[in-house]
Design a protein around this ligand. Structure first.
Ligand code: IPE
Ligand code: IPE
Ligand code: MG
Length: 237
């Protein structure tokens, strides 16, 4: 039997796309779009807190995004550091616990330091868990999980016959979180762009033409209302 519909997703994941297009539409350099995009995060965090969503995962920088022009990458890293520096107090005030997934050691050292400081400072919060995907690529995550499993096998901690979807999930960066119930992608693109390939197997997908810098509380609520109408079947009848 299909599971009873849950109106509020426990875990929402968002591909925050369209900063560059927003900037172009306003005759501004791309980085202005990223700045505006960073500001848009607040509304979603607030709306998720109000709706009692437990986890919000934001795709902020992909493993592939390193291939963008150096100036844009540099500006994005500076923006990340500034965002963390300026917003940690607000996260504390809103009882938000910050976490991060991805190849975090690829980030510039000052970003890593600031990230770990923000994570530590908010570690005791028990409201919304905000997970930033940084230098994140799902294929890399899956490869990292395989490497981790191989190490465990070589060390004699597990036997290869024990490998199943549950055990595999425990070796992903996302091992502490349930799979997303709802995936939102802004800017209308109909693709996953190497985001959470394993975890999104049964996630409901919502794509909006709105560009990320324009995505507000009402838009998040509209996505959640749409989710509430979905019938999740997980392959059964
Ligand atoms: C998303 O906006 C932010 C990042 C990928 C860092 P984009 O920069 O991809 O914006 P578009 O897709 O060019 O409009
Ligand atoms: C996905 O957006 C990555 C983030 C939102 C961080 P991209 O703009 O990088 O994806 P593509 O290039 O359109 O697939
Ligand atoms: Mg894009």
């Amino acid at each position: 039997m299909a599971a009873a519909p849950k109106t509020i997703p426990r875990h929402i994941a968002i591909i925050m796309d369209g900063n560059g297009r927003w900037a172009a539409n306003h005759g501004l350099p791309r980085i202005k779009g990223h700045e505006k995009g960073a500001d848009a995060v607040r509304a979603c965090v607030e709306a998720c807190g109000e709706l009692k969503v437990e986890y919000l995962t934001l795709y902020a920088f992909s493993a592939e995004n390193w291939q963008r022009p150096k100036t844009e990458v540099f500006a994005l890293m500076r923006l990340l550091e500034k965002f963390l520096k300026e917003k940690t107090a607000e996260l504390l005030e809103k009882n938000v616990r910050l976490q991060a997934i991805g190849r975090l050691t690829d980030l510039p050292l000052n970003c890593q330091r600031q990230l770990h400081e923000s994570i530590e400072r908010t570690a005791g919060n028990d409201g919304l868990t905000l997970v930033l995907a940084l230098s994140y690529g799902a294929r890399l995550e899956i490869i990292d999980a395989i490497q981790s499993l191989l190490r465990e096998i070589e060390a004699g901690h597990i036997d290869k016959a024990m490998i199943n979807p549950d055990l595999f999930s425990k070796h992903l960066y996302t091992r502490y979180y349930p799979d997303p119930d709802l995936l939102i992608r802004t800017s209308g693109e109909l693709r996953l762009s190497n985001f959470l390939l394993w975890q999104l197997s049964y996630t409901e997908i919502y794509v909006t033409p709105k560009l990320w810098p324009e995505f507000g509380k009402e838009d998040l609520r509209a996505a959640v209302a749409d989710f509430a109408q979905r019938q999740r079947r997980y392959g059964v009848v």
